[in-house]
Design a protein around this ligand. Structure first.
Ligand code: SF4
Length: 222
C-alpha cells in the first residue's frame, strides 16, 4: 500500500494523473457526442477526418483511434447513413476506399461552437510557461510512444520533413518551418498539423535528437 514514506514509482503516479485527465476528456467527449447525436467513436472519426482533405482509409482510421477495424467500419457506416461522411474509391477493391468528412459532418462537429471543454480550461488555468513545458513534455511522451509502436506516427513538427529544430539563435523563436519559411517558438510546436509531411526515417531520427536535446530541462538547482 502507498504511504507518504513509501510512494509508488513516479511513473506510476504520473500514469494515475494522466488517467484522471483521460476520464475528464472522456466525459467531455460523451457530452459533446450526445449533443451531436453521435457516440464518442463517431465523434472521434469526424475529428480525425476534419483536418484531412484527401480522406483516410478505414485501416488508418482504426490505427489512429486505437480501435479494431470492425468497430471503425461499423461507426463509419453509421456516419455514412447520417450523411456525415462520404466514401470514395473503387467498389471492387475495398482497400482503396477512402472516407471523407461531408459538409454536414463539419456542421455536426462544430455544432457547439467554440465551447471550451474542461481539459482546455484546466490547462488555461496554468501559468503560460507551465503550459509550454506541458506541451513539450507531451510531445516527448508521444515521440516515445511512437518509437515503441504503441501509436502510429503523429502529424507533429518533430516528425515533419519541414521542421528544423533550434535553427535560430532567437530564444523566443528558435525553430524553423520550411513549409511557411518562418521561425516559430516552443509554444507553437504542433501535435496535429495539416501541412505535416513525414520525414524519412534517417532525418526523422536526427531531427528528433536535435529537438529533444535542445528542449532538455536544466538539471535541478542549476
Ligand atoms: S509543416 Fe506543420 S508540422 Fe511541419 S514543421 Fe511546419 S508547422 Fe510543424
Amino acid at each position: 500500500m502507498e504511504t507518504p514514506k513509501t510512494p509508488t514509482d513516479l511513473s506510476h503516479r504520473i500514469r494515475e494523473g494522466l488517467s484522471r485527465v483521460a476520464t475528464a476528456m472522456r466525459i467531455d467527449d460523451w457530452r459533446r457526442s450526445k449533443t451531436a447525436g453521435l457516440n464518442p467513436t463517431q465523434l472521434s472519426i469526424l475529428e480525425l477526418l476534419e483536418g484531412r482533405t484527401g480522406g483516410m482509409g478505414v485501416k488508418d482510421i482504426a490505427a489512429q483511434l486505437g480501435v479494431s477495424q470492425p468497430t471503425a467500419t461499423d461507426s463509419i457506416a453509421a456516419l455514412e447513413r447520417k450523411g456525415l461522411v462520404l466514401k470514395r474509391g473503387a467498389s471492387a477493391d475495398r482497400r482503396a476506399v477512402t472516407v471523407e468528412i461531408a459538409a454536414e459532418g463539419r456542421s455536426a462537429l462544430w455544432g457547439d461552437g467554440a465551447a471550451r471543454n474542461s481539459t482546455e480550461r484546466a490547462v488555461e488555468a496554468l501559468p503560460v510557461n507551465e503550459q509550454q513545458d506541458l506541451l513539450i513534455t507531451l510531445v516527448k511522451m508521444i515521440g516515445h510512444l511512437q518509437s515503441l509502436d504503441a501509436i502510429p506516427i503523429q502529424r507533429m513538427c518533430a516528425t515533419c520533413r519541414y521542421f528544423a529544430p533550434f535553427a535560430h539563435a532567437d530564444a523566443e523563436r528558435p525553430h524553423h518551418c520550411h513549409f511557411v519559411n518562418a521561425a516559430f517558438g516552443q509554444r507553437d510546436i504542433r501535435i496535429d498539423c495539416r501541412e505535416h509531411e513525414t520525414a524519412d526515417p534517417a532525418s526523422r531520427a536526427a531531427t528528433w535528437d536535435a529537438f529533444r536535446e535542445g528542449s532538455a530541462s536544466p538539471p535541478p538547482g542549476s
